[in-house]
Design a protein around this ligand. Sequence first.
Ligand SMILES: Nc1ncnc2c1ncn2[C@@H]1O[C@H](COP(=O)(O)OP(=O)(O)OP(=O)(O)O)[C@@H](O)[C@H]1O
Length: 249
Amino acid sequence: MIRLEHVTKRYASGGAAALDDVSCDIDRGEFVFVVGASGSGKSTMMRLITREITPSAGSVLVAGRELVPMPQRKVPTLRREIGVVFQDFRLLEGKTVYQNVAFVLRVLGSKRHQIKQLVPETLDLVGLDGMASRLPHELSGGEQQRVAIARAVVKKPPILLADEPTGNLDPETSAEIVKVLDRINKTGTTVVMATHDQGIVDVFKKRVLELKDGELVRDEAEGGYNRDETRERERAAERAARALEQGED
Ligand SMILES: Nc1ncnc2c1ncn2[C@@H]1O[C@H](COP(=O)(O)OP(=O)(O)OP(=O)(O)O)[C@@H](O)[C@H]1O
């Protein structure tokens, strides 16, 4: 689903590498933590996947698309395949929870009946049923992040990237947010979450990619990570994709 091949990123030519010859392969349906100290390259990796930036060397493949040669006009199509969540929730302050989530679908040109079905369904998925008419400032940090997650997944992207989604939250709320991401992963969505929260990584047994000064120094399953479970999730994702294709015919 996501493949980096010998990717190096230098923001300034001749400068230090923010990512240094990184190769990794993330399968459809996986849940992966990207960990590392501040400045290790986690956000750079995320921004390469959304093609906000391009690598100085190497190739990036996302959902079957080569991103380096991709013309700019095709980037919006790529972004439809990727939901993104950030540390700061980035909600539209004057709009309700419902409107924040519906906004994405309106921009994509979804029909009114689709919006009416998808928004409540998604709010339910992230545990926000009953809060549709609240404004962002009437919500806790954890609830605001749930809105941001709902907004990221309402278009049903096959990939969800979360860049330090728990950075502004206390440990208990952080765990709740990761549980929401886990629930989304179980519907077949590939989830990549950058974090420097070791507690979270220890509790949720997932594959861990560790960056250090731009280098990939670890790529392994934490104890309890279950390859079979991941495979089953991949199969669920394939079934969901097939159902979607058939629905479109
Ligand atoms: N736009 C930019 N211009 C120049 N250098 C940058 C830019 N963005 C990031 N860097 C540098 O690239 C390196 C990796 O940064 P990156 O933001 O990817 O790390 P990170 O692991 O996400 O850090 P944090 O946890 O603090 O967000 C750092 O040395 C940083 O200073």
